[in-house]
Ligand binder design. Sequence first.
Ligand SMILES: [Zn+2]
Length: 284
Amino acid sequence: MVESSGAQAQAEIGVIGGSGFYSFLDDVTEVTIDTPYGVPSDSLFIGEVAGRRVAFLPRHGRKHHLPPHRINYRANLWALASVGARQILGPCAVGGLRAQYGPGTLLVPDQLVDRTKGRVQTYFDGEARADGQVPNVVHVTFADPYCPVGRKAAVSTAKQSGWEAVDGGTLVVVEGPRFSTRAESLWHAAQGWSVVGMTGHPEAVLARELGLCYTSLTLVTDLDAGADTGEGVSHEEVLEVFAANVGRMRDVLFDVVAALPDNGGRDCLCVNPLGGQEPGITLP
Ligand SMILES: [Zn+2]
C-alpha cells in the first residue's frame, strides 16, 4: 500500500543504499510500503536525480539495525517494483580477494557465486500467500545475473568521472554477519573470484524474477583475510573506507541514473525472465 499517492510516490529507478545517497536532495518524499512479503528494510525515499524519479531504500534500515541475513530482500525488491522502478542499482561494500583490489576499488561484477544459507531467494515457491494468491513454481535463467546495459553505464560513467572501475569479476556472497576465516578467504581467491560481500544475493535473483534490471556496484573497503597478511577485516575499517568514498559513490550513482535508458526502451535479457511461464501471482 502506498500511503503517499500520486506522481510523488512513483519512481523509474531504484537505488538500494543508505541515507548518504539521498539526504541532500532538495525534495524527497518518504513513502511507506507494505508488501505481500512483509515490510521492506525502511520507507522508500523518492526524489529527483538528473530529471529522473529515483527511489532510495536503505538496505539495512536507516538506523542500520538489520544484519545482512535478516534483510527482507523479497519485500525490498517488491516495494521498489511496486512504485514503478524497473532498473535497480545495488551499491555495496565488499572485501577484495586480490591484492590489486585494495580499499577504494570500484568493481562492477558480471558474475555471482551464492554461498549464503537459508535465505528465501524466490517469489515462486508454490506456497500460498496470506492474500490467497499462490505462485507457481517457475525457474528463471540466471547465467548472466546482472543487467548488461546497467553494467556498461556504470563502467563508462565511472571512467568519465575519473574513477576507473574494474569491468567484470565475480562477487561471492557469504552468509555473514561474520567476516571470512583466512582459509575461506584463500579458498575464495583460489577459485578466481574477485570480491566477497554479504548482501548481493538474493537481491540480484529476486530482481531478475520480477523482470527488473539489476546492476551491482561494489566498493572494496578492505582486503579480505587471505589476501592480506594483517589482522583480518574489522567493521570499523569497513565503515571508515565506505564513509570516505560515499560522496564519490553517490556522484557515480547519479551519473549512472542519468545514463540509464527509459524504462520503456529497455531491451535486455532482464525484461522477460519467465519466458512464457505463468507466475500465478500478480506481479508489481
Ligand atoms: Zn536489463
